[in-house]
Design a protein around this ligand. Sequence first.
Ligand code: HDE
Length: 754
Amino acid sequence: GDHPVKAAVEKLKDTVTGGQGPEEGVPGKPGSESPTVAEPTEPRVPLPPKADQTGPKPVSPTGTPSRDDRAASAQQGEWLTTAQGDRLYDTDHSLKAGPRGPVLLQDHHLREKITHFDHERIPERVVHARGAAAHGVFRGYGNAAGVTKAAFLGEGMETEVFVRFSTVLGSRGSADTVRDTRGFATKFYTTEGTFDLVGNNIPVFFIQDAIKFPDIIHAGKPHPDREIPQAQSAHDTFWDFVTLHSEATHHTLWNMSDRGIPRSYRMMEGFGVHTFRLENAAGETTLVKFHWKPRLGVHSLVWEEAQIAGGVDPDFHRRDLADAIEAGAYPEWELGIQTFPDTPEQTFEGIDLLDPTKIVPEELAPVQPVGLLTLNRNPSNYFAETEQVAFHVGHLVPGIDVTDDPLLQGRLFSYLDTQISRLGGPNFAQLPINRPHAPVNDMLRDGMHQTAVHRGVAPYRPNSLDGGCPFTAGAETGADIDVPVALPASRKVREAPATFDDHFSQARMFWLSMSAPEREHIVNAYSFELGKCYEQAVKERGLQSLANIDPDLCSQVAAALGLPAPAPTEPLRDALPSPALSQVGRAWPLDGRIIGIVTDGTDDLAGVRAVRQSVLDGGMVPLIIAPAGGKLDANGEPLTVQRTFATARSIEFDALLVVGSPAPGADALPARDAKAKTATGPDPRVRLLLDEAFRHGKAIGGWAGAERVLEAAGVPADAPGVVLGSGGAAVLDEMRELLSQHRVWERFTTGPVG
Ligand code: HDE
C-alpha cells in the first residue's frame, strides 16, 4: 500500500466513495494473491465525468426523453468492464497457459478488445474528410420575417448549432493549410426540425451540374496509380480537367487567390453557393443567397506560411479553432442574405441565379444580416461528434426551400446516400450528434444500428390499430408544405441553358477586384501549380484559360513558366470590379490575434511584463518566446515562457515584438560552431523568425536595442510595418493599426513573396 500510485488511488477513493474501497479480493493477478506493487492500470475509482462529457441532451430518436441519461453516457460505474458489463481485473495480459505459454482462444476479453479495435475506423468522407467542428448558438434578429417564416430566424430565437469546417481534397489525416476550398457546414437544431446549411468558403463551384461531381473530384484527388499528391491541386489531373472544363475557371481562380489558404476558420466567409427559395407566412416567395460574415474579417495565410505550417503544425486550423473557444474568444459570424425577386426567369441584373458558377456582387444586392452565430463549445469526442455528424442540403425547415439549380438538385440525392455507407446504415439520425432537437415521430423501422425501441404495431398509414397515430400536420400545425412552384413547360433534355455558357466574365470581375498584392499572390499560385504539372499541353491550356481572364495575368504566369502567352480565344468582357471581393484595405478587430514577444530575459523585463498585459487587455494573445522553457525572473513575479527558440516558428504569430537583441539559446547550434555563435550575434532562430515574419508581411516591433537583431535578420529598420521605439507601450500602440489591416500589404509588391 505504499506505492505512490496506489497511495494516490486510495486517497481518491476516500474522496469519491467516502472510504469504500474495492471489494475484498478483486485486485490481483492469477498466481500472485496479493500484489504488493500496484500497476497504473489497476482498478481505481474513476474521477467524476467532466461537465462537458455528458454529451448532447438525451432525447430518444422517438423524441421522448430517455428513461435516464444512460443513453447519452458511454461510461458508467467505477470499474473497467467488458462490453457486456463483466468486471475486469486485468487488461494488460492475455490469458495464457502459464506465463510463457501459448495464448488461450477462450480469452473473450482479448478477442473483444482486439476485434473492436480492428473495426474502430469507419470510411472517411469521400470529400471533406479532414475537418474540425464546434458547438454554438444562433440568435435570430427577427428582421427576415418579411421573406421567410422560418422560426429560428425569429427575433431573439436561440437555436443550438454544430458547425464543421473542412478541406475538400485531403484525407482525414492531411494538413489543414493546403490550398483548397473549405467546407462550412452548419446544423441548426431548430424547433421545426434540423436545418443544414452545407456551404463553402468560396461562393461559386467548379461545375454547374451534379453529374460532373465525380469527374472534378477524381481529377483533384491523388493520381490513381501512385496515390500522390495528397491534398493538392498542383498536379496534372486537376489542371487537365479544369482547363478542359472551362466552367471551372471562376472557382479555380478563387482557389488560386488568398481565399484558398485561410488564416483561420474563424476568419473565413461562408456561402450557401446555390440560390435557395424563401417563403413567408403569406406564402410569398423570394430567391436568396446565404452568406456568413466573420466578425474578425476575412484573412489568409501567405503561401510560404501555409507550406511551413503543413510541416510544423499540420493541425494549424483545428488547433486555432479549439484554442480560441477554450480561451473564451468565441468566433462569431453574422448570417446574411441577398434577396432577389422570384421571377420566372430567375435572373438578377442579367445574372442567372441557377448557375452556381456565378455570384451576385454585393454592390448590386447588399448582404443583409439576419442573425448571429457564436461558437462557444468544443466537441468532447472527435469521433462521436465531428466524424459522425451527417449534413444534408435536403434537411430543410418550413420557410426555406430549394431551387432548380442542377448542382443543388444532385446534392439532394448525394448526401443521404453517402451517409448510408459512411455511417453504416440508414439509422444515422439516431446518433447523438445527428438527433433533431424537435420531436421525431417517423414510420422508419429496423435496419442496421437501430437503437430505438419503437412501440405500437402499426408503423404504416392509414392505420386503425395504433389509433391512427401519428397524425399528419396541416399548415396551422406547422407542416412543411411544399411550395407550389410553377414548372417551365419543356421537354426532357440533357442540356444546360445558354446563360450557363459564360465561363469567364465573372472570373475577370474577380481578378479586376483584387488589390496589387492579391494579384501578385494569384500570379504566384498559378505559376507554382501549373509549374508542378508535367504535361506541356496542360500548362498551355492553363495559360489559354488565363488569357481569357486577363492578358496581364496570363503574361506574368507565362513568363514564370517560360512559355509564350497565348491570345484570348474569347472576347474579354467588360466587368466592373466588386470591391467587396478584396480582403485588403479594411480594418478589423484585433481579438485573438497572436503576438509573439521575443526576449532572452536580460533586457527590460518590466517592459515585457507591461506590454504582455497591454496585449491581453487589447483582447489579443501574448506568447513569450525565450531561449529556454521555464520562467523569466522579472524581479519578483516570474514570467512564464510559452515558446522557446526551438518550438517557436513565425507562422504562429500575427506580429512580433522583440526586446533587445536576444542572445543564442544553449541549443542554438551544434557545439562545433560555438565560436560562430558568439561571432554572429543573436540566436539564428530569432533571425529566422524575423526574416519570415518580415517576408510574410507581418508587423514587427522592437525596443531596447532590437535594431541589432533586425539588422542581423536583414530587416530594414525603415521598412513599412517595422516599428522601433523607446518602449513597449508606444511600439504596441503603433502596431494596433497595422494589425487591424492583417498584413503590411506594401511589402508584397516589391518582391516575389507569397
Ligand atoms: Fe458536397 N458532399 N457535394 N458540396 N459537401 C459532401 O457528404 C456533393 C458541394 C460540402 O462537414 C459529401 O457527408 C455533390 C457544394 C461540405 O460533413 C457528399 C456535389 C458545396 C461537405 C457530397 C457537392 C458542398 C460536403 C461527402 C455536387 C458548397 C462536408 C461526405 C453536386 C455549397 C460536410 C458527406 C461535413 C460533403 C456530395 C458539391 C459543400 C459525397 C454530389 C457546391 C461543406 O455527399
